[in-house]
Every structure is written in structure tokens, then in C-alpha cells.
Write a protein that binds this ligand. Structure first.
Ligand code: PHE
Length: 522
């Protein structure tokens, strides 16, 4: 029982790797390259880098700090900053749940594509999507893998898994980059598109600036409970500023490396204008790339196996983080064991993933074979619908919440003066040294304004899309209103738990089991 007395990360390295694991995901290996292709290449990359530096790192510091200070789930953590902000914590639990529900469908696809590497993967997409039973089974397998890790707890599950998986992922990625850079023809053109900025693209299409900013948020897993939750499991000795620098750098490095592999490869295999052909989201990963691998014979099959294996790892460490947020909340609010909490979380996710899987499959069949898609929301599949609702409305709201909580509410006495805020926060474990002042001003003024701008323009853009956009906006705001109502009615004046509760519950469960065993023996 002794080892259960502390539930949290065993080492700073473990925390950094687990956070990097949550950050590095499909967003880096898939959306980053295809969005770079779609929004104009190197100029997009530069705005992305700037967003990580100016907005992303600040929100990450705020998130981790809110968690570390409270040592509790996101609701209790926001509550500690200010009782009226607790609903932001609820929002930060609902978002990971929504993301996990569609992420596991994509995770299932990646497992299938990895295992199918030796069997004509280029035609796999149509077969696989038309067999909905199989899609559901693979989503379930993916969820079970995540369940096993989360059930084992923070130190023996999440930390251990990420310590093994993250280095493997990185090695596989570096090998892929080396291979792609040695392809010869087309490599230079691909690199030119990827690395030489043409700023007129940004002026012609200002949406690309917004896309780069929201990509940075998504990629760093911000604006949802993840960094609050992981932050709650770290000890005093861990320096937030330094950890954030490493996590952001690693996440960005992985995204950049993914581009460094994909652009040269696409220009090599597809030829002039290679970027244009693969800016079409899901088809890059599940059609264009398998077609390329298939042309390479056995070598291509091996590369495909390793490549999709790498994507599975990236997606898995992200879903583990998403599920941990929901699990932590269930344990602490409902006082149930970790085992029960993760089981409930996974079952709920699975229930949502089924319609999402069906709808996504119909979209694919519609694009490839022109089949009629019926399970849609105004012409869009459910996966995009969930993704758009989270990315455009819920994530920015929650990220804005972190900054506002830290910058304005954490303690009235100290927030009046940003400089003082951070002197006081230092005693609370946030040591940013000489950057304190800069960080204070950024958290209080600059970052919230930037987030708000991204959110407003994102919403306007959605509304321009007609019925679908309006539906997404209404869903997003309805979730926020529901969250506020639920919080004020059910949670505000009730106990919402903290990390220490898990130890109590674990001990109580163990005692109960021992008692049962003794009774049975008698
Ligand atoms: N950051 C992950 C990615 O880049 C996505 C993710 C978002 C994971 C939110 C966890 C939470 O794919």
C-alpha cells in the first residue's frame, strides 16, 4: 500500500515526457503538414512558430500552474483560483472527452493501416471504411490500449508508457526524415515550398494566420484540462518555466520534422505541385501516403508498418492524456476507484465513437466512390463537427479562461499589479526568474486579446459557411451555457475533490478487498 501514498509523476523527466506525449499526436504528424500545404507553406510555418512562442507557451504555463497549485482536477483547480470560474474546469473536462471520442476512431484507423501494411494498403481505405463493424472494433482496441495504461495510474502507467514510447516515436521519425531527404528528385522543390516563406500568401488569405494559431493550440494540447491535470501531479521541485520550454520545443520539433519528411516525399513521388495534392485532410494519411508506400514494394511495406506504428504511438499517448482528465475527475468527484473511473470514461467514449466512426466512413465513401452519405450534419461528418466545435469555440474559451484566471483572479491583492503577482506566485512554485514581468504582462493583456481575436474571426468564418457553421456555433455556445448552469447548480457549493482523495479511495478499496478475502477464508 505504501507506494500508493503518493500519486503523481515520479520524476520531472516523466512529467515532461508524458506532457510531450499528450502534445505530440495526429496534430503534428498529420494536420500540421497538410495545413502547411493548404495555407501556403513556409509563411504558415512562421506564424505557427510565433504562435507557440507568444500564445502557446503562456497558456501552457498558466494551465500547469493552475493544476500544480491546486493539486486537483480542473474544476477544483479553477475553483481555487476563483469560485465563479469553476465552470471553466467543467468545460476543460468536456473538451477532452469530445476529442477522445473521435480521436479513438482515427487511432483505430492507424492501427489497421499499420497492420495492413503488407497487404495493398492503397486500396485499404475503401474496404476498411465500408466495413463499419471492423472500424468499431479497431476503435475499441485503441481505447483498450489507452485504458490499460491509464488504469495503472500516473507513475506506473502513464509515466512508464511515455518514457518508453516517446523515444521510440522520435527515433522512428528521425529515420523517416533521413529516408525522405535522401530520395533525390523533387526533394529540393519540396524543401523550397516548406522552408522559403512567401508572405503574400498570408495577405491574400488572412485565414491562414488564424489557422496557424489554432493549430498551435491544438498541437500543444492547450485550452483543455490536460495540462491542468498533469500539472496537478507534479511536486514542488519541478520548475514550470523550464518544463514548458522543453515540451513546446519538443512538440514543435516533431511537427517540423514531420513536414521535413512529408514535403520532400510528396514532391518526389507526385512531382511538381506535390503540395496541392495532399492538402485534403484524411486522404493524405490514409490514401496518398499508402499509395506512395505501395509503389515501393517490400521496402515501402516495411516503411508503412513503421510509419503507421509511429502514428499509433503518437495518437495513443494523446488519448491517454485525454482520458486521464476525465478519469481524474470521476475519481475525485464521485469517489470511485481508478479502475471504475477509467472503465466508465472509456465506455462513454466508445458509445460516442460509434456514430462518429459511421459518419466518417460515409464521408470517405462519398469522396472516393460518390456514395450517398446520410449520417451527416449539413454535409459534414460528425468527426469534423466535433473537431470544429472544440477547436473554434470550446478550446479558445477554456484557454482564455486560464489566462484570465491567472492574470486577473488568482488573488485580488496580487493581480492588481502584474509584477507583484509573479513575485507571489514564485512562493507558490512558479519561478520564471527574470521573465516574470514579461510573462505577467503577456498573460494579463496580450495573450487574452490574441486568443479573443482568433476566436472571433474563427466564429465569423464558421458563420460564413452557412447552416453547418451556424450549427457548430450554436452547439459550442450551448455547451458553454450548459456547463455554466451545471456548475452553478451542482458543483459550486459542493465538494469536487482533489488528488489526495484518490489515495484515500485506493486504501479504502484495498481494505474492503482484504476484508472480503478474510471473510471468504473463514
Ligand atoms: N495535441 C494533440 C495533437 O497534436 C491533440 C490533442 C489535443 C491531444 C488535445 C490531447 C488533447 O494531435
Amino acid at each position: 500500500m505504501e507506494n500508493k501514498k503518493r500519486n503523481g509523476f515520479g520524476t520531472g523527466m516523466g512529467f515532461v515526457l508524458a506532457s510531450a506525449g499528450s502534445a505530440v499526436g495526429l496534430g503534428n504528424l498529420w494536420s500540421f503538414p497538410y495545413k502547411t500545404a493548404k495555407y501556403g507553406g513556409a509563411a504558415f510555418v512562421l506564424v505557427y512558430l510565433l504562435s507557440v512562442l507568444v500564445i502557446g507557451s503562456v497558456v501552457m504555463i498558466a494551465d500547469i500552474f493552475i493544476g500544480k497549485r491546486a493539486k486537483a482536477n480542473p474544476i477544483s483547480a479553477y475553483k481555487k483560483a476563483n469560485k465563479n470560474l469553476g465552470w471553466l474546469g467543467l468545460c476543460a473536462i468536456i473538451v477532452p472527452f469530445m476529442i477522445a471520442s473521435y480521436y479513438c476512431v482515427l487511432g483505430g484507423y492507424t492501427i489497421k493501416f499499420s497492420l495492413n501494411s503488407f497487404n495493398q494498403n492503397s486500396t485499404n481505405l475503401v474496404h476498411f471504411t465500408s466495413n463499419i463493424g471492423e472500424v468499431i472494433i479497431y476503435s475499441a482496441i485503441f481505447l483498450v490500449l489507452a485504458l490499460i495504461v491509464v488504469m495503472a495510474g500516473i507513475k506506473s502507467g502513464i509515466e512508464k508508457a511515455c518514457k518508453v514510447l516517446m523515444p521510440i516515436l522520435f527515433i522512428l521519425l528521425v529515420l523517416t526524415v533521413i529516408y525522405c531527404l535522401c530520395l533525390g528528385n523533387g526533394v529540393r522543390d519540396g524543401l523550397n515550398y516548406y522552408l522559403k516563406p512567401d508572405f503574400t500568401v498570408l495577405i491574400e488569405n488572412p485565414n491562414s494566420i488564424l489557422a496557424a494559431m489554432s493549430q498551435a493550440f491544438y498541437s500543444l494540447s492547450l485550452g483543455m484540462g490536460i495540462m491542468i491535470s498533469y500539472g496537478s501531479y507534479i511536486g514542488k521541485e519541478i520548475k514550470i518555466g523550464k518544463s514548458v520550454a522543453i515540451i513546446c520545443a519538443f512538440d514543435t520539433l516533431v511537427a517540423l520534422l514531420a513536414g521535413l519528411a512529408i514535403f520532400p516525399a510528396m514532391y518526389h513521388f507526385i512531382g511538381e505541385g506535390g503540395s496541392v495534392k495532399f492538402d485534403n485532410g484524411p486522404f493524405l494519411l490514409f490514401q496518398t501516403l499508402p499509395q506512395v508506400f505501395d509503389t515501393l514494394g517490400v521496402v515501402g511495406q516495411i516503411i508503412s508498418f513503421l510509419f503507421f506504428g509511429m502514428v499509433v504511438i503518437a495518437a495513443l499517448t494523446s488519448v491517454i492524456a485525454l482520458l486521464e482528465v476525465v478519469t481524474q475527475f470521476f475519481i475525485q468527484k464521485f469517489r470511485i476507484s481508478r479502475k471504475k473511473a477509467i472503465l466508465i470514461a472509456v465506455l462513454l467514449c466508445f458509445a460516442f465513437s460509434v456514430p462518429i466512426g459511421i459518419s466518417f466512413g460515409q464521408l470517405v465513401a462519398n469522396v472516393i466512390d460518390g456514395k450517398n452519405a446520410t449520417f451527416m450534419i449539413y454535409g459534414n461528418d460528425l468527426l469534423s463537427y466535433f473537431d470544429d466545435t472544440c477547436n473554434t469555440i470550446l478550446i479558445p474559451t477554456s484557454a482564455l479562461g486560464s489566462c484570465i484566471a491567472i492574470g486577473w483572479f488568482i488573488d485580488k491583492k496580487i493581480t492588481a499589479n502584474p509584477m507583484k503577482t509573479f513575485r507571489t506566485l514564485k512562493q507558490d512554485g512558479l519561478n520564471l526568474g527574470k521573465y516574470s514581468k514579461f510573462f505577467a504582462v503577456k498573460t494579463k493583456y496580450i495573450t487574452p486579446i490574441l486568443i479573443l481575436t482568433v476566436a472571433v474571426f474563427g466564429i465569423i468564418d464558421l458563420l460564413k459557411k452557412g447552416s453547418y457553421g451556424i450549427c457548430v456555433v450554436i452547439t459550442g455556445f450551448s455547451i458553454i451555457v450548459a456547463t455554466i448552469l451545471i456548475y452553478f447548480i451542482f458543483f459550486k457549493n459542493k465538494e469536487t475533490g482533489c488528488n489526495l482523495d484518490e489515495i484515500d479511495i485506493a486504501i479504502a478499496t484495498e481494505l474492503k478487498a482484504e476484508k472480503k478475502e478474510n471473510n471468504a477464508q473463514q
